[in-house]
Design a protein around this ligand. Structure first.
Ligand SMILES: Nc1ncnc2c1ncn2[C@@H]1O[C@H](COP(=O)(O)OP(=O)(O)OP(=O)(O)O)[C@@H](O)[C@H]1O
Length: 357
């Protein structure tokens, strides 16, 4: 079977979503783990759900998988309401954090599990296993013992197993949680390419924004069981919807501001803001790249409180001299980064400033 043949047929209404959640609410006791969630995933799209611990990410996956019935609302797959449809009849592939491989079986025995359950013949299973191991970068590993594999290799086996029955939707729950950063980054890049090639539709959950941004066509940021923002990684990065999303993405330069036209009064002084920004009393985000060294003696006077080498730049923590002004994070090229304790002046670049909604 060629990789393109792995695209599931009929995986979605023409122009419609492969997966749709409509007003889905799940309550545990008095508390809503999901609160009126609407979400659509198009065929061939990779959507990453991102959010802090307890925001409802796993519950969302469990509802789609059929492991948790919604209290209200509907889950539709290719337009069909899934109420009463058991998990194994939903045509989904699941890959969870602890990847739950069968330790007593070899790699092939794990990968062909779903095919065996479906009653596929020995030759068909062997061919499919060989194809999948090739796909996930473990060619010829079928006879190896699962316990003898590295964490990254086990992850690939789990992925091959989830892909084996040709699921119409692949769901990943913290798929790289246990792996070290370098391996995670490599796997994410490989997976993105693989999903693109196969045309797989993917719904993934992670609390790691770097991972989500690298893998997703679209990210969904959750907060307290609701969707705080959805958009392409670039859209969300450029324009976080609110302070919660901005801080979750790791932006700490957020202050109260009064915006009039293309200027904002803030504890850091009067800052330029992009034309067309919402006016009045707002929260304002300055991305670290927008805090620049000022020429001469101008700009907001600050003391360098700390600096961290980040490879392509130095993250500089600044303590403004102005009373009541919160610290500022700046991102400067190596050769421009001042020493700790130095006195510097900074100016602000409007293109890196976002007036939050
Ligand atoms: N079976 C359950 N019984 C009671 N409460 C639950 C149950 N499952 C989840 N919850 C609660 O629902 C909320 C959402 O949980 P969920 O596991 O979906 O969050 P999450 O975003 O996946 O968190 P994490 O990143 O820590 O896995 C939490 O407050 C959690 O305590």
């Amino acid at each position: 079977m060629s990789p393109s043949a792995a695209v599931p047929p009929g995986s979605g209404e023409p122009g419609g979503a492969l997966l749709a959640l409509e007003g889905v609410t799940v309550r545990f006791g008095g508390r809503a783990a999901l609160d009126g969630v609407d979400l659509a995933v198009a065929a061939h799209e990779t959507v990453c759900v991102l959010g802090p611990s307890g925001s409802g990410k796993s519950t969302l996956l469990r509802v789609v998988a059929g492991l948790q019935p919604p209290d209200t609302g509907r889950v539709l797959l290719a337009g069909a309401d899934q109420r009463g449809v058991p998990p194994h009849r939903r045509g989904l592939g699941l890959m969870f954090q602890d990847h739950q491989l069968f330790p007593q079986r070899d790699v092939a025995g794990n990968v062909d599990f779903g095919l065996r359950v479906r009653g596929a013949g020995r030759a068909e299973r062997a061919a499919r296993v060989a194809e999948l191991l090739e796909l996930v970068g473990l060619p010829g590993a079928g006879r190896r013992a699962v316990a003898a594999l590295s964490g990254g290799e086990q992850q690939r086996v789990a992925l091959a197993r989830a892909l084996a029955p040709n699921p119409r939707l692949l769901m990943l729950d913290e798929p790289f949680g246990q792996l070290d950063r370098g391996l995670r980054e490599r796997l994410v890049t490989e997976l993105r390419a693989l999903f693109g090639r196969l045309g797989t539709t993917v719904l993934a959950v992670t609390h790691d924004q770097g991972e989500a941004f690298a893998l997703a066509d679209r990210v969904v940021v959750m907060r307290d069981g609701r969707i705080a923002q959805t958009g392409t990684p670039l859209e969300v990065w450029r324009r976080p919807a609110d302070e919660f999303v901005a801080r979750f993405l790791g932006f700490d330069n957020v202050v109260a501001a009064t915006v009039t036209g293309t200027a904002a009064d803030t504890p850091w002084g009067r800052l330029p803001v992009p034309a067309g920004s919402p006016e009045g009393a707002r929260r304002l985000l300055v991305r670290p790249a927008g805090v620049r060294p000022a020429e001469g003696a101008g700009g907001l006077r600050c003391t360098v409180a700390g600096r961290v080498f980040r490879g392509h730049h130095v993250a500089v923590r600044l303590r403004p001299d102005a009373a009541g002004a919160p610290p500022l994070e700046a991102e400067w090229p190596l050769r421009e980064a001042p020493e700790e304790g130095a006195e510097v002046g900074v100016r602000f670049a409007p293109e890196e400033i976002v007036v939050l909604g």
